[in-house]
Design a protein around this ligand. Sequence first.
Ligand code: SIN
Length: 530
Amino acid sequence: MSAACSHSRILPSRQVRSSTAPTSSIPTHTLPVVAASAPIKSLDELAKINDKSLIQSQAYVDGRWVSASSGKTFDVTDPGTMQKIGSVADMDADDVRRAIDAASRAFESWKNTTAKERSLILRRWFDLIISNKDDLARLMTLEGGNHWPKLVYGASFIEWFGEEAKRAYGDVVPSPLSSTRMVVLKQPVGVVGIITPYNFPNAMITRKVGAALAAGCTVVVRPAHETPYSALALCELAERAGVPRGVFNVVPCSAENTPDVGKELTTNEAIRKVSFTGSTAVGKMLTAQAAGTMKRVSMELGGNAPFIVFADADLDVAAEQLVACKFRNSGQTCVCANRIYVHESVYDDFVSRFAVLVEKRLRIGHGVSEGVNFGPLITERGLQKIEDQLKRAVDAGARVFLGGKRPDISAAGYFFEPTILVDVTDEVPMSCEETFGPLCPVFKFSSEEEVIRRANSVPVGLAGYFFSRDIGRVFRVAEALEVGMVGANTGIISTEVAPFGGVKESGFGREGSRYGIDEYMNIKYINISL
Ligand code: SIN
């Protein structure tokens, strides 16, 4: 048994064996994906941004653009060309302390604004993001390899929480005594430290900052070092929308400064809440650091989503949804399908339909090119991880059905073909590791009970998907999956109106939806004696 897949040890051996049966009847495909791009010069593409004030390379602290006190900067690279697009202020822990001080001062007045005032400011911010969406999407593409409509998704959280600000109701509790009255208030928790990843350079910020500002909190945000420009452009628009100085601070930093900056944000006494999206390993470390001062914590961590196709599923719908779910953002989302389980009676049929759709729907290339919807991974490291997982899968007996290599296209970025693996066993690392890339391993199963056990056999539980036309099964499986979010007969679940978050080692807290604002509010109970 592979050490990487220790979870398989909890499965009865009969079920492990059933997944290992080779699928010899499906012919292996060679890759079909079209290269859509001509050579691209990243700086020329950057120059096409109309409003140049959206391209900021300093940090935004206390309503001002500031350099790092050390004077240091770090480089940002276009993952679609590997060309440098600029250098950004490299803030350190001392700089971050100054940002936290600014946020603490601003909190004293922001917490006393009315919900309606905050709502109007957030609405103006949303409108400005939408009216600048082409420039912002181009900027995001150049730093993050955008290849899916992420910009509008990000904006939707500002709109949503602007509306929710006015609905953060408290309660009046019926008192057990005729001589007292009991009231429950919701109050902003205070200054929030926010740490976000590269994969959604604006949405992972707006999902947290929208809720925090709506609640009356102020924030200090450390964006991913790969994608600081989108965060800084949001500052420019926030200022225009009337967000007061010190309420929204952004402190970019290099990979080298990230541990110190993370430590400051999780240990500084003035920070009362930490919200993080990223890996489970880093989430555990940040949670431990935050425990020293008993901060409230929201952790949106890694996933390893099962995607189950039962024999009674509509196979065309399931295949279409798998393309959307698995290859959204080139596989770089924590809710991506990671382990595809297909009933043995429809396995060959499903894989063939899925491969045809992958060829038909996806176009690899640089995100600025017309028609491209499948961009690069973020770094060479991301690519190498995929190649390593693929090699270990093939070593364990899996077979490449589609894709499987860096594509031969004119763009020089970190591209990897959408890849389908068949004959995959529970021995391969992907059965228990998050992939975060375009590898799609397809396992076989024989019964509902077996597949639920295998789906739940990992320590994380963020999203899970399944396809079935049996209404009884839909409820049974949705309830049995140990995850925070379920897609039944759909592969796309993300929206600002629904609660996003996981269980087990995928973390805790919910983002978006009417629940999201509660993460940034304390409950206070007042007992009034008449
Ligand atoms: C993530 O990958 O962390 C977020 C994905 C989403 O919001 O859909």
